[in-house]
Design a protein around this ligand. Structure first.
Ligand SMILES: [Zn+2]
Length: 70
């Protein structure tokens, strides 16, 4: 699927259109591990959410398709 340059420009400035694809709660505390994927550029990031706060890239820094499919 091709996206318009408008969407790609958003990704270029870090404003990804992230969708949540998986969330798992740790049993030992109340934190959530949330896997998000940008449907435009294919970047993935795993965030750690704790007590309603999000720590972007806490578990895994955002990876882009070039890094993923090396
Ligand atoms: Zn993106």
């Amino acid at each position: 699927m091709e996206f318009s340059q408008e969407f790609k420009d958003k990704c270029n400035v870090g404003n990804h259109d992230l969708i949540e694809i998986q969330a798992s709660r740790h049993s030992w505390d109340e934190s959530y591990k949330v896997v998000k994927w940008c449907k435009i550029c294919g970047a993935v990031v795993i965030d750690l959410e704790y007590d309603g706060r999000i720590n972007p890239g806490q578990i895994m820094k955002m990876k882009y398709p070039k890094q993923i499919y090396k």
